[in-house]
Write a protein that binds this ligand. Structure first.
Ligand SMILES: Cc1cc2nc3c(=O)[nH]c(=O)nc-3n(C[C@H](O)[C@H](O)[C@H](O)COP(=O)(O)O)c2cc1C
Length: 310
């Protein structure tokens, strides 16, 4: 079975021609523009991710910092058909390959985090990075290159690894990705940051007599909720991750598929179903975002009494 998986992987890499051993780079560069609040931080063993990283940094007008491994990955270390170092690290839950350079993330709000896909996920050195610095107040937009695998496996692994981090869905790039794809990725991240920054007004909410604050979006749906308050309602349990109620009023809808729900997200499903999520998970459904409750605990498996206050 392992041999079959290896053969499929090799075939997909041969077809897409993404492994080019000649691309192994010799020089390591770091470019820091003092005014930027975004940075591209990337790991690249054979140069493919590096090329995309530089294009993203140029488009976003960001600084760019390479994650330089203390022990450089030579060709033999990446020979995934054999029992190479990269394979051993990927199979070892405790592997945290050392990083040679110091990476100062203190002045950045937005981190574009790039890496190649190794065995369906991020290389372990990305976990070393997350362990080494405090990313809690940052918004991370991941990107990857690969023979064919997409980025979603690594994104859900990273979210599971540290659920306190804000990790957006990210994007996989082929080595020959168009300029349009780069522009689209950066534009979308800017739109997401704008909507995060607009979370300014607040609403008090009592859930089973405990007080929380909803940080409201600057949206018509959030304004509608403020208009309706104060009101009290029972919210039913669903799927071990949400409490919901169908309200008699219909809300203005601006729905999209967020890809990922964060614990504490307050969303509108359809045009009248108000939902409070108390667990993070990936979703295929579309919602209109109303706001977010910080530090919302697991609300348990029963219905709850909820009072939205003015
Ligand atoms: C150890 C190893 C495992 C890999 N596993 C995958 C994989 O699971 N799926 C895939 O599409 N590509 C896989 N690749 C291919 C790389 O993701 C791809 O060549 C990537 O663009 C290399 O980026 P880099 O040049 O920045 O290191 C693997 C490569 C290596 C070395």
């Amino acid at each position: 079975m392992k041999k079959l998986v290896v053969s499929i992987l090799v075939l997909s890499l041969v077809i897409t021609g993404c492994i080019n051993k000649k691309e192994v780079k010799e020089t390591k560069k770091e470019e820091v523009n003092s005014n930027s609040n975004s940075v591209v931080i990337y790991f690249s063993a054979t140069g493919t991710t590096e090329k995309i990283a530089k294009r993203i940094a140029k488009q976003a007008n960001s600084d760019i910092i390479e994650i330089v491994p203390k022990d450089k990955y030579e060709d033999k270390d990446l020979d995934y058909n054999n029992d190479c170092r990269a394979n051993k690290e990927q199979n070892d839950p405790k592997a945290r390959p050392k990083i040679k350079n110091k990476i100062d993330i203190s002045k950045y709000d937005v981190i574009y985090l790039g890496y190649p896909i190794w065995w369906g996920t991020n290389p372990k050195i990305i976990l070393t990075l997350l362990d080494s610095y405090d990313f809690t107040d940052k918004v991370i937009f991941p990107f990857c290159t690969s023979g064919s695998s997409d980025i979603s496996g690594s994104v859900s692994d990273l979210r599971k690894y540290n659920s306190k981090l804000t990790i957006k869905d990210g994007k996989r790039f082929a080595s020959n990705s168009s300029e349009h794809e780069i522009i689209d990725f950066v534009d979308r991240s800017n739109i997401e940051m704008n909507s995060l920054n607009k979370e300014t007004s607040k609403m008090k909410v009592m859930i089973d007599n405990k007080e929380y604050t909803i940080n409201l979006e600057d949206s018509a749906a959030a304004k509608k909720l403020v208009e309706l308050a104060p009101f009290e309602t029972k919210m039913e349990e669903l799927n071990g991750n949400e409490k919901y109620v169908y309200l008699s009023s219909s809300f203005p809808v601006d729905s999209y598929n967020p890809g990922h729900i964060e614990q504490g997200d307050v969303m509108l499903f359809d045009n009248s179903c108000l939902v409070i999520f108390y667990k993070s998970f990936d979703t295929p459904y579309s919602y209109t975002k109303i706001g977010h409750i910080d530090n919302l605990p697991n609300l348990g498996d029963k219905s709850v009494k909820v009072k939205f206050e003015e």
